[in-house]
Design a protein around this ligand. Structure first.
Ligand code: G4P
Length: 195
């Protein structure tokens, strides 16, 4: 997706050779027009999959997920990473370990909002080791729903998540794929979608 690639090139800040800071448009300040285009692009890629719900995780997954949900005309649900005062019973829980942050979170989704037979599109902002995406997929599967695919805004292809998810049989569709962040420079994987 050219618009997003350009944004990464002009506003992304490389930290070390593992982390890309994108807080001017994705992780802190958010660019609504870019989010709208991201939603359109995910919707275009998954339009024939009979998606019934979008599933993401707070907080930075919410913006691309709601835009995709709006385009596809389906509800969006976000998994919570923090205990909610009103969400205690009747919940799906999965443990998600973050290698980046070296901490484990229990993520939760109310059983009310996922149904057997649902066709789920998982959306997230970053894909690194794949732990968040696997956790969301396990929650969908606990509910008896099927995972149609995993839509990622920025995939760090030099980390193992995308490969592990694909080996597990999931369709992974990333809008930009980063081959390397070495020497302070962003290198992209060749685009196959011609965007
Ligand atoms: P994984 O789910 O693919 O295994 O990723 P990981 O545990 O490594 O990611 C933990 C958090 O770090 C996630 O955000 C993820 O989006 C973020 N992250 C991973 N790599 C990068 C990167 O290169 N740049 C930036 N900016 N973020 C990265 P989170 O803690 O869930 O934060 P948020 O969604 O609340 O903003």
């Amino acid at each position: 997706m050219k618009l997003l690639r350009d944004k990464v090139m002009t506003e992304g800040i490389v930290l070390g050779d593992q982390v890309l800071k994108v807080d001017s448009f994705l992780n802190h300040q958010m660019d609504p027009l870019l989010m709208k285009e991201i939603g359109r692009e995910f919707a275009r890629r998954f339009q024939d999959e009979g998606i019934t719900r979008i599933l993401t995780i707070e907080s930075s997954g919410i913006a691309p997920a709601i835009m995709t949900a709006m385009e596809l005309g389906v509800p969006m649900i976000f998994a919570r990473k923090h205990k909610s005062l009103t969400l205690k019973d009747n919940i799906y829980v999965e443990k998600v370990y973050s290698f980046t942050k070296r901490e484990s979170n229990e993520i939760t989704v109310s059983k009310k909002f996922l149904q057997e037979g649902d066709r789920i599109l998982i959306i997230d902002d970053f894909l690194a080791n794949g732990e968040a995406a696997f956790g969301l997929a396990r929650i969908a599967e606990q509910a008896g729903a099927s995972v149609a695919g995993i839509g990622i805004v920025i995939e760090k292809s030099f980390q193992p998540g995308a490969g592990l998810l694909q080996e597990a049989g999931y369709r992974v569709d990333s809008l930009v794929r980063i081959a390397s962040l070495e020497n302070g420079t962003v290198s992209f994987v060749e685009e196959v979608h011609g965007q």
